[in-house]
Write a new protein. Sequence first.
Length: 223
Amino acid sequence: MNGPETIGSLGERLLQQQLGTTDRAADFYDRQVHPYLTPAMREFISRQNMVFLSTADSRGACDSSFRSGLPGFCISLDDHTLVYPEYRGNGVLASAGNMTENPHLGMLFMDFTHDHIGLHVNGTVRLYTDRELRTWYPHLPTDTAPGRQPHLWVHLTVDEAYVHCSKHIPHLEPAPRPRPAADRQRPKDSAYFTEPAPSQQDPDADESDARLPSWRDRLRLRH
């Protein structure tokens, strides 16, 4: 285990000194921060169906993203290595593009349902095609997502892994996605934040009738 003095950025250590949390932080570094995945961490990752990603380009401009799949879609190959598949999406490749400039990746796994705990995994990455990665790891699953084939694989070498405590983690219950009649007026994903929702106005209604609420109005009323 690396000593606490080798863990953490210069910025966080300066703030710890200014705010008087140096001793508390040193205790956290010593007890919680590991330069590898413990067996309990690997088992936890094998049960997760989502992860939040943090990347930055070579200038430090940040981006956050989200990945999900069947439980265990992110695979712990050993106590220093994680891989997960990337699929064809909107073609922007924001996260993967950042990784080609800046190989540092932050991952946050969150259990909202059972143990209400989180796991940070930070490390350095390389991108591989499906064929390339299977050359080294021929036992990778082939059914990572029904009907879809990985476009790329993200291969992360773990630098540090540590707990995200349960305080303020909400409890969420898995449930079928509801399909209320109101969803018929929901804009498509590609237009959700860029175009007005389809008109709610009845074409046969009198012009003096009150305007029906838009989808934004309905969301405000719902909350």
